[in-house]
Design a protein around this ligand. Structure first.
Ligand code: ADP
Length: 671
């Protein structure tokens, strides 16, 4: 018996005792090796005249034996001679990078184990093991995750002898002379006994193997053949009577399980929409066609093909914590990772798709760091592509875009907010808001293009219903002055607007008096309930200040009556019909404070909101208040102020502190 090298021994122990849940990937690993072996032989045939190979004959076969509980992966590739079996399967290449990864993963796991409870029975090393196996296919040895014994029979191309390598994975392996008709390799895995956690029989069944091949190796470039069981009807005998019942027989037939040519490698012009849609629905388990298909073939330092889809609807778990973003990552047609997060930013987390790069093969399994920077580079390119495709969709198919936006607009807006505005340039032109003036969804660009020449700001109002917002006095006043107001009814809207801060569009062109093109104007983004809307003249402002001053006695009494709920009471410049309105100073609006309050533990964390009660001096209620104050009827002033405050909240769709007190006050007035 030959002994395994130390590093190999470590890896083997890890495989045999693996707690890794995706044991099934062993099949992918063995098929990849087979595909590589076939590739190697094929390439040799291209450069060496003595190697005569017909590419059409090259294939991989998967066979199983239910009774013996074995699965065998065969190829007619380059094969291995005795030395190669010893060298390739007795030791693991690049053990230094393996060690590096193991140490890194262990360090990471130590950290995460520290701040998680309930991990007491799993050591940091266990977790690290999972990471390693999950992230870097460790090839041949993964067979020991499902096998108690593995036998490899191989005959090198050009040699007339075959050799068998056999091991139970524990201490070592044997190499003995064997028989094989032609060049190539058979890897037979003797499955472990079933236990509570794992039902290994699956790997010796037609359906189990078929599923795994389709799932992980569907796009391997060579056929993966398997004998499948079929049933056929026997021909009806000539002398069959009237009571003849059809007779059947079982037989087996060699079938190619994988589809071989990856759809993403094909030119977009050569693939029908229907094919893309079918691929999308089968591969991503959706019942609806995608809203948009994006294909990209990148060449250069990194060569890769990407095929991405914008789904038509959000998956049911989109908003749950467990939702994982990412695209499937393939290396030369072999699935490496089902959801590679690095490939899409959070704000495009709804994208589904596939990235396939031959350049990644080595790096993925060898160099952690490099692999990350390459993935990031691909990710950046894809992000640009997704952005421009969504912009195209907005431009050429508005209806589809609005449907998309209904499903995923929230994600885009959240992206602006959660990146603290860093994703602004990527996302700002993809946003839609409801226009109070045009009564439909519009972009910021459309707002700006439609704004009066003197406009300096984009106005918005936030609340919980578009209908109610449309009727709010502060909204109707701004509209009456000729400016549009974007009505925002989603929680994230106001946070998104705050993160945007301002907007300018270089597509909206303006000219100065001499006919020269002006720099794009920066529009501040303003809440209509905020401090200075920039819509009043200096004169109007001064007038209001003077009127506030003149009524300071009344206003002080009103502020006191509200017991600290408002910062101050002033004469308003923005009201026409309503008696009062509540506005805020500073960054936090009434709606925002409400959202904070509704969050778990929100009461403690609600930031200070500075409310201003603005009074309409032209409203008859103002005269009534003034008179009550002059008459010294402080009870009346206090009661009226309370009612005005509460009804202003109600108008905004916000809850009032004490509905009982409010209704009693109204009833007492009616009596
Ligand atoms: P990797 O494929 O990442 O190099 P493996 O442990 O899977 O690592 O395989 C080790 C080596 O064994 C391969 O590099 C290859 O040279 C050889 N090998 C494995 N499977 C086959 C096969 N089916 N035919 C020929 N050579 C093989």
């Amino acid at each position: 018996m030959r002994k395994f090298k130390t590093e190999s021994k470590k890896l083997l122990d890890l495989m045999i005792n693996s707690i890794y849940t995706n044991k099934e990937i062993f099949l992918r690993e063995l098929i990849s090796n087979a595909s590589d072996a076939v590739d190697k032989l094929y390439f040799r045939s291209l450069v060496d005249d003595e190697v005569q190979i017909n590419r059409a004959d090259l294939a991989i076969t998967v066979a199983y034996d239910k009774d013996a509980r074995t699965v065998t992966i065969s190829d007619n590739g380059i094969g291995m001679d005795k030395d190669e079996l010893d060298k390739n399967l007795g030791t693991i290449a690049h053990s230094d990078s393996f060690e590096f990864k193991a140490n890194q993963a262990a360090a990471d796991a130590d950290e995460s184990a520290e701040d998680q409870e309930g991990l007491a029975d799993k050591t940091a090393q266990d977790i690290a093991d999972v990471d390693i196996i999950g992230q870097f296919g460790v090839g041949f040895y993964s067979a020991f995750m499902v096998g108690k014994k593995v036998r490899v029979v191989s005959r090198a191309y050009g040699s007339d002898e075959a050799w068998a390598w056999e091991s139970d994975g524990v201490d070592g392996y044997d190499i003995k002379a064997a028989e094989r008709d032609t060049h190539g390799t058979d890897v037979t895995v003797y499955l472990k006994d079933n236990d509570g956690d794992e039902y290994y029989d699956t790997y010796a069944s037609e359906s189990g193997l078929k599923n795994l091949i389709k799932r992980y190796s569907n796009y391997v470039r060579y056929p993966i053949n398997m004998e499948v069981e079929k049933t056929r009807e026997l021909p009806k005998p000539d002398d069959a009577g009237d009571d003849y019942k059809p007779q059947f027989e079982n037989y087996t037939e060699l079938e190619t399980i994988n589809s071989m040519i990856p759809i993403w490698k094909r030119k977009k012009s050569e693939v029908s929409d229907e094919e893309y849609n079918e691929f999308y629905k089968t591969d991503f388990h959706d019942f609806e066609d995608p809203a948009r298909t994006i294909s990209l073939h990148a060449e250069g330092t990194l060569t890769y093909d990407a095929l991405m889809f914008v789904p038509s609807h959000a998956p049911y778990d989109m908003w749950s914590k467990d939702y994982k973003k990412g695209l499937a990552l393939y290396s030369s047609g072999v699935l490496i990772m089902e959801k590679c997060e690095e490939l899409v930013p959070d704000y495009f987390n709804f994208m589904r798709g596939v990235v396939d790069s031959a350049d990644l093969t080595l790096n993925i399994s060898r160099e952690t760091l490099q692999h990350n920077s390459q993935l990031r580079a691909i990710g950046r390119r894809l992000e640009k592509k997704i952005k421009s495709e969504l912009e195209n969709m907005l431009e050429d198919d508005r209806e589809a875009y609005e449907k998309f936006y209904k499903e995923f607009g929230r994600t885009l807006k959240y992206g602006v907010y959660s990146s603290y505005g860093m994703a602004k340039s990527t996302l700002e032109n993809l946003l839609l808001f409801y226009s109070a003036k045009q009564k439909k969804m519009i972009t910021l660009e459309e707002y700006v293009a439609d704004a009066p020449a003197e406009a300096e700001a984009i106005y918005f109002a936030a609340g919980d219903s578009i209908d109610r917002l449309a009727q709010m006095p502060i909204v109707t006043t701004v509209l009456a002055k000729g400016y549009d107001v974007l009505l925002c009814d989603e929680n994230v809207d106001e946070f998104c607007m705050m993160a945007l801060q301002s907007y300018s569009s270089d597509k909206v062109v303006t000219f100065d008096d001499e006919g020269n093109q002006e720099e794009p104007k920066q529009f501040a983004i303003k809440n209509v309930g905020g401090e200075d809307l920039g819509l009043t003249t200096e004169e109007e402002k001064k007038e209001a200040e003077e009127a506030t001053e003149a009524n300071s006695g009344l206003f002080d009494a009103m502020r006191e009556a509200l017991g600290g709920k408002v910062e101050k009471v002033v004469v308003s410049t923005r009201l026409t019909d309503a008696p009062v309105v509540l506005t805020t100073e500073g960054a936090v609006s009434l709606q925002m404070a409400q959202i904070f309050k509704q969050q778990p533990g929100g009461d403690a964390e609600t930031p200070d909101v500075h409310i201003v009660m603005e009074v309409n001096p032209k409203h008859s209620v103002f005269d009534v208040l003034k008179k009550a104050h002059e008459d010294g009827d402080s009870d009346k002033v206090s009661k009226y102020t309370g009612i005005l405050y509460d009804q202003a909240l109600l108008v905004e769709g916000l809850p009032i502190d004490n509905p009982l007190e409010f209704s009693q006050a109204i009833a007492s007035l009616m009596q």
